[in-house]
Design a protein around this ligand. Structure first.
Ligand code: MSP
Length: 669
């Protein structure tokens, strides 16, 4: 009989030089589900990939002197390495720069345009470049981006629009008829209350102010990005829109899209509307998980609180990290990441409960029977309950897994682990071993413990890809019939004469106090590198960003252009005396300076906080680009730019005049 298919996806990741443990959380959860379904006999298709287009990537690449494709090639290789480290068993990896994807997106765009679901108009709105999102006036929070709190700019641009407004009622109806579609249920209420009930607006789906996207074939200058480009990956990866769509026919609709809560709207409103317009079936489920937070805030590179999964995996092993992520946080809710909680879980659940169970069992079989259990066994009064608990655990674990309740499934498995440890305490092998007449009971007790360990080793497979094989090596069983999921449902499959070899400790106990210091230092060191890289990226793009975004695409310089002396003379440079230099609330980079030019005083914001403390520049004569077009920063106008040098580590040095008392307001030429 043909296997039933199961198609599961992660979001496609923005290519970043360092994905953090929050990103890994999403992928590990998806991987766990994919592994579970494979064990249950499904023909699984697990898709992941990278979302490579957009202005942000274009800027970062240019800042690093690379083409966007060169940049994404480099970081995508790093992302694939991370997934290898995290034991992510994806079946297919899509890059939105893949040729077949680009062609299919162009086809989809054209079809939607031809049938009137896409039309051309122009867009005016507040744009946040880091978030690549437009907002209406009312969506802004205190005049800033509602998502990241940064400055936004008013842009007007010719754009193609998708008629999203047409689909609101149909989507509400779809939710009503398919209550399982969007999980957890609270996400559905959020979508209805926040977006669907107030009414959907048509969506800008093309841009002209940058080039790094999928070109609209019939209208050069326009490129498709984000929505139609990124979301359609789930079908283009299966061959939709290509000459060979056999996988699309086989796997679509997806059984579940696993996504973080901030992109639920894309997947539960925009994507269904696109599919409805294309007359294609909708995914069966969208699961919006919560965030890994640190001190209540989302872990994110721009906040600078990221935890590097490589540091953690190198220290504690991938299985411990995967276990922690899925056990500590109820899937669907936010969960706090702390080093203490991680070490606590490793010590109590992994070292004490599981690791100790395996090592003391093998140790006792070695000690009492020279490593080989005799077939002659006699039941004890405690056996029935252990077997009953094991038998009852399996269907509950299955039910929890089918509902993606990973943490609950692990709680059930650990109940069985603890019950097995308790069985050892009840049967007291160390007492039985003293009485020759009790040898058969002793053999039986240890056999039962080993059999329970076999069942446990199978149940933990989706979560912990490496530990089960280590256990099997100690129990001397090969992967096969005795390690299949269904085999958990029969008690007593281990060979009657069981030979064991005690192996390495599965999870060494950690000295909490010592380790916390070492771990904090390792995480901080990795954050420092990450923040320095981030700063370099941001500062390279921050300054020219505002002007660039408004410039028509064809005017964007790809290389530093040569200028004439006349051009240079247009820049008016002046000596200014800093008379105030203060912190700016909510800004990590900026100082608000008041600079004096003779009798005139000007406010000039400057991104120098990383190097100069507030007040430090007061009294200094600085060099200022004086006739720069004023612009609004942090809600206030800034008049000019203080010049400064930057070294390769991002350290800054203000340009000053040699004569410390040089008259302020003097021209520089
Ligand atoms: N490219 C878009 C997705 C397009 S899908 C058609 C994107 N990429 S992302 O790289 O920013 O995020 C990928 C996934 O990682 C998202 O599901 C996001 O929620 C998840 N996470 C990023 N930071 C996270 C935490 N701190 N905690 C949990 N998940 C987090 O969004």
């Amino acid at each position: 009989m043909a296997k039933e298919k199961f198609y599961i996806t992660t979001p496609i990741y923005y290519p970043s030089d360092k994905l953090h443990i929050g990103h890994s959380y999403c992928t590990v959860a998806t991987d766990t589900m994919a592994r579970y379904k494979r064990l249950r006999g499904y023909d699984v298709m697990f898709l992941t990939g990278t979302d490579e287009h957009g202005q942000k990537i274009e800027r970062i690449a240019t800042g690093q002197g690379m083409t966007p494709k060169e940049y994404t090639d480099k970081v995508v290789a790093g992302i694939k390495d991370l997934w290898k480290l995290m034991e992510i068993s994806y079946d297919r990896f899509i890059r939105t720069t893949d040729d077949y994807h680009v062609k299919a997106v162009q086809k989809i765009f054209k079809q939607l345009y031809d049938q009137g679901d896409i039309y051309k108009s122009s867009y005016e709105g507040w744009y946040c470049t880091p978030c690549e999102s437009f907002f209406t006036e009312t969506q802004l929070k205190d005049g800033k981006c509602p998502d990241c709190g940064r400055d936004v700019e008013l842009l007007k641009e010719e754009s193609y629009f998708f008629r999203l407004s047409k689909y609101g009622d149909k989507i509400i109806k779809y939710y009503e008829e398919n209550p399982e579609f969007l999980q957890p249920n609270t996400r559905q209420n959020e979508m209805i209350a926040n977006f669907l009930k107030p009414g959907l607006e048509d969506l800008a789906v093309s841009r002209t102010s940058f080039k790094w996207g999928v070109p609209v074939e019939f209208d050069p200058g326009h490129i498709v990005y984000v929505w139609i480009d990124a979301l359609s990956n789930y079908v283009t990866a299966m061959g939709y829109g290509s000459d060979n769509d056999a996988d699309y026919q086989k796997y679509w609709p997806a059984d579940v899209h696993v996504v973080g809560k901030e992109i639920v709207r894309f997947h539960a409103i925009i994507w269904p509307a696109m599919l409805m317009a294309l007359n294609m079936p909708l995914p069966k489920k969208v699961f919006g998980h919560g965030w890994l937070v640190i001190n209540g805030g989302k872990m994110s590179k721009s906040v600078g609180n990221v935890v590097d999964p490589v540091v953690l995996v190198e220290k504690y092993g991938v299985d411990a990290i995967r276990y922690f992520l899925l056990r500590e946080i109820a899937f669907g809710q936010d969960g706090n990441f702390t080093n203490e909680a991680l070490i606590q879980r490793i010590n109590s659940d992994l070292a004490n409960d599981l690791g100790n169970l395996v090592s003391r069992t093998c140790g006792m079989i070695e000690k009492y029977f020279g490593g080989k259990l005799p077939a002659d066994r006699a039941e004890t009064e405690f056996d029935a309950d252990l077997k009953a608990v094991a038998a009852a655990t399996i269907p509950v674990v299955e039910a929890k897994m089918d509902n993606m309740l990973f943490s609950d499934a692990l709680i059930e498995i650990w109940n069985l682990i603890r019950r097995t440890n308790k069985y050892i305490d009840e049967t007291q092998p160390w007492v039985l071993c003293k009485d020759e007449a009790k040898k058969a009971e002793l053999a039986n007790a240890l056999y039962n413990v080993a059999e329970s360990i076999r069942i446990i080793s199978i149940l933990i497979q989706p979560f912990m890809p490496l530990t089960p094989a280590k256990i099997w090596a100690q129990l001397n069983i090969a992967a096969g019939e005795l390690t299949e999921w269904e085999s958990t449902k029969t008690w007593g499959l281990l060979p009657a004469e069981l030979a064991v070899q005690k192996g390495e400790t599965l999870f060494p106990r950690i000295d909490m106090k010592k380790e916390l210091e070492a771990l904090e230092a390792a995480i901080k060191a990795s954050q420092a590198t990450s923040i320095a890289n981030q700063k370099k990226e941001e500062e390279k793009k921050e300054e020219p960003k505002k002007e660039e975004a408004k410039a028509p695409a064809h005017e964007e310089p790809e290389y530093p252009a040569e200028i004439t002396i006349d051009d240079f003379c247009k820049v008016q440079l002046k000596v200014g005396e800093v008379i105030e230099s203060n912190e700016v609330p909510k800004s990590k980079k900026l100082l608000r300076n008041v600079v004096k030019f003779g009798d005139e005083e000007r406010v000039i914001f400057s991104g120098i906080k990383s190097t100069y403390a507030p007040g430090e520049l007061v009294g200094k004569r600085v060099v200022v680009a004086y006739n720069l077009k004023p612009r609004k920063m942090m809600g206030e106008m800034s008049y000019g730019m203080i010049l400064c040098a930057e070294d390769s580590d991002g350290k800054l040095s203000i340009l000053t005049t040699l004569d410390e008392n040089f008259e302020s307001g003097s021209a520089i030429s």
